[in-house]
Structures are given as structure tokens and as C-alpha cells.
Design a protein around this ligand. Structure first.
Ligand SMILES: Nc1ncnc2c1ncn2[C@@H]1O[C@H](COP(=O)(O)OP(=O)(O)OP(=O)(O)O)[C@@H](O)[C@H]1O
Ligand SMILES: CC(C)(CO)[C@@H](O)C(=O)[O-]
Ligand code: BAL
Length: 357
């Protein structure tokens, strides 16, 4: 696999060196559109799971949701340079395409028609009743950014999308150019892929909600905001660490510590649901992270980025002493550095059924 060193963007050129895969791979927008046109002629629904690769069971849970609810399922793998700040980990972001393709190829969903033993299988693959991922979209950096690309906002040229007022809290506060990059690339991916439904993970809750707003504000139809689904976070079955591509970068000691973030959020949730103020609830989480980091001092470097509670609609920070917001959905989220790996997680307090699918 060659590296497009000329761009300095650590972009493998998959068009020249593609691993074998039983799933059709489209490396250009034109070739994908040809396939998409046929799907439209056949009136097939298309589910879409955008990813940056290094797939894990969290991604696969999104793909399984798509397989269950659409005739066809497209997965994109694109490590988007513009959502990484210049000092962030674009160069070391895990890239595991051959394994990603193997994992996707092993997925299979038995459609209801097959389960019920009827012969009217609404299947994506002939009449067998089994649905498997239909296509992998693997665009190049050059095609995704025809006007050129830079991680430095000041040096960027061409069209970028910003979702004003919703990209500066929580993750946006720590990563001020992150959502500009995400909103831009996802708009491009939506334009190329033209999905009926798109699937995102709760682990990146601000991203999912911001993209719903983008779909609404830009009057998108593929997908419209109601077809942009946010699915629950998949976790390690034993210690509940949120699955994440970057977890592979954790040392054994760091991996052991990593579930502390979710434990801290759960402690804050219990405090809040027990009637304590927002300030006290957040303090409970921060205290737990602090105590556990003392226990591993000298072995694991831990740095708290933030723990906060934000309104699910406006993303405004919940008023410090208020308990009057109980009953209204709130994002309780946090980020910590464990060694050189930044972990994020969240819990929705009082989800009223409008946030997660
Ligand atoms: N544990 C998870 N459960 C459900 N969805 C997830 C999980 N982790 C990631 N996703 C979702 O998968 C999609 C692609 O995410 P991405 O490729 O960035 O993986 P990631 O694990 O979030 O990587 P990173 O290490 O960058 O956080 C996003 O919609 C993301 O929210
Ligand atoms: C949505 C996304 C694929 C855009 O690059 C990325 O932010 C991610 O994987 O969460
Ligand atoms: N899932 C979030 C991708 C990122 O951190 O860049």
C-alpha cells in the first residue's frame, strides 16, 4: 500500500493496491454513482455507515442495524484529514483495511422473510434472505477535496461547512476545528453515497446531534434528519469500556484504567438522579477519576479534559445549581487522556426517545 507522501496527509492510495474482498469496493465517486443509480432504479433502500476504519464491534453494530433495516448497506472508510488539528494523531490513526474488509465480509443478517420461512425474501442478495454489506466506499483524499486540503483552517481553500453555535461546547471546546472537518466530510459523503438512512454511534453524541441539525438546516433529503440514526454505544462486555478504534493504542496498564471514565460518568448520573445539583454530580465524577489516577500514579499518566452536563437541544452547559432540568434530556459527557490516548464517553440523562434509536 503506497502512501501519498506528497499530500503529507498519510493517505494510502488504495486505488493502486486494494486487498481482495468479496464486497464490491468503490474508490471513485463516479464508479459508486453507477452502482447507486442501479439501486435507485430497483427502488432499493440504502443504509450508510460512515467510518474512519480500524473497525470494531461498535462499527459492526451500526452495520448490523443497517443490514436489518435497508435493502442495501454501504460502509465508507475514509480517514478525514480536516477533522484532525495539526497537532493531533492523523499520522498514527490506526489503519487496518485488510482486516476491516474481512470483518465486513463475515457479517450476515437473516432477513425477517427468511426467519418466517416465506419465499418473499426482501433480501439484498438474490432470494437467499441473507443480507451482507453491499459496498465499501473508499474515496481518495484528492477526490474528496478537489480544491485541495489542509489541516490548518487558515490555509484551507474551497467549501467548508460549519454548524454555528453547536461546535464549540464539549468536544468542540477541546477540538475547535473538529466539527468543521466532520460536517464538511459528512456532507460530501452524503452527497456521494445518497443514503436513505445513515447510522452513527452514541459514543460521539455531539457529532450525531450536530449532523442531525446539519441535515435539517441544509434541507438534506439523503438522508433527511429523521433518517439519521444514533445507535447506543457498544461496550466491552466485561468492563464496559466504550469500544473505540484508538483503544488499540492503550498499553495494558492504560487499558486497565480506561473504564474509569464510564465509571465516573455513572457515579455522576447516580448523584444527579439522587437529586444532587449539577455541580455536585460533576464533582463526584471528577473526584473518582482523581482518586483512581492517584492509585496508578507513576504507571499511567492521566489527565482530565472535561466532565460536563449539557442541554441536548442547545448544547448549553446545564446551570450549576439547578435541579429543575430533571426530566429534560441532558448529555453527561467527558473526555480524559490516558497516556497519549484521548478517550470520550457519555450518558444521556432522561432520554425521552427522541435521541437514540
Ligand atoms: N463503541 C461504539 N459503539 C457504537 N458506535 C460507535 C462506537 N465507536 C464508534 N462508533 C461510531 O462509529 C462511527 C465511526 O467512528 P470512527 O471510525 O471514528 O470510530 P471510533 O471508534 O469512534 O474511533 P475513534 O478512536 O476515532 O474514536 C461513528 O458514528 C462512531 O460514533
Ligand atoms: C463521521 C466520521 C466518519 C467523519 O469522518 C468520523 O467523525 C467518525 O468516524 O466518527
Ligand atoms: N469518532 C471520532 C473521530 C475522531 O476522533 O476524529
Amino acid at each position: 500500500m503506497s502512501t501519498a507522501t506528497g499530500t503529507g496527509l498519510y493517505a494510502p492510495d488504495y486505488r493502486t493496491d486494494l486487498p481482495d474482498s468479496p464486497i464490491p469496493i468503490f474508490t471513485t465517486v463516479a464508479s459508486y454513482r453507477e452502482w447507486r443509480r442501479k439501486a435507485a432504479e430497483e427502488r432499493k433502500t440504502v443504509g450508510f455507515v460512515p467510518t474512519m476504519g480500524a473497525l470494531h464491534d461498535g462499527h459492526l453494530s451500526l452495520v448490523n442495524h443497517s443490514l436489518a433495516n435497508n435493502d442495501l448497506t454501504v460502509v465508507s472508510i475514509f480517514v478525514n484529514p480536516t477533522q484532525f488539528a495539526p497537532h493531533e494523531d492523523l499520522s498514527t490513526y490506526p489503519r487496518t483495511l485488510p482486516r476491516d474488509l474481512e470483518l465486513l465480509s463475515a457479517l450476515s443478517y437473516m432477513s425477517e422473510a427468511r426467519v418466517n420461512g416465506t419465499s418473499t425474501a426482501a433480501s439484498a442478495r438474490g432470494s437467499s434472505g441473507y443480507r451482507t454489506p453491499s459496498a465499501v466506499f473508499l474515496p481518495s483524499v484528492q477526490e474528496m477535496y478537489p480544491s485541495g486540503v489542509s489541516q490548518q483552517v487558515a490555509a484551507q481553500r474551497g467549501t467548508f461547512i460549519e454548524v454555528k453555535g453547536y461546535d464549540e461546547q464539549m468536544e468542540g471546546k477541546s477540538r475547535p476545528t473538529f466539527f468543521r472537518g466532520v460536517a464538511t466530510v459528512v456532507t460530501k459523503l452524503f452527497n456521494a453515497v445518497e443514503p436513505t438512512n445513515a447510522y452513527f454511534g452514541q459514543k460521539d453524541i455531539q457529532q450525531g446531534l450536530l449532523l442531525r441539525r446539519l441535515a435539517r438546516d441544509l434541507l438534506l433529503s439523503h438522508p433527511d434528519s429523521e433518517h439519521l440514526h444514533i445507535m447506543p454505544t457498544a461496550r466491552d462486555p466485561v468492563d464496559e469500556l466504550a469500544l473505540s478504534s484508538r483503544n488499540v493504542n492503550l498499553s495494558p496498564a492504560e487499558r486497565h484504567f480506561a473504564p474509569t471514565l464510564y465509571a465516573a460518568l455513572k457515579a455522576a448520573r447516580d448523584s444527579w438522579e439522587g437529586g444532587k445539583s449539577k455541580d455536585d454530580s460533576v464533582k463526584t465524577a471528577v473526584q473518582l477519576i482523581h482518586e483512581r489516577s492517584q492509585e496508578v500514579s507513576g504507571k499511567v499518566d492521566v489527565a482530565l479534559d472535561y466532565v460536563d452536563m449539557n442541554d441536548v437541544e442547545t448544547f448549553d452547559v446545564v446551570d450549576g445549581e439547578a435541579t429543575s432540568t430533571v426530566g429534560k434530556p441532558i448529555i453527561l459527557s467527558g473526555a480524559i487522556w490516558v497516556g497519549r490516548t484521548r478517550l470520550i464517553d457519555n450518558i444521556i440523562l432522561g432520554d425521552d426517545g427522541t435521541i437514540l434509536d
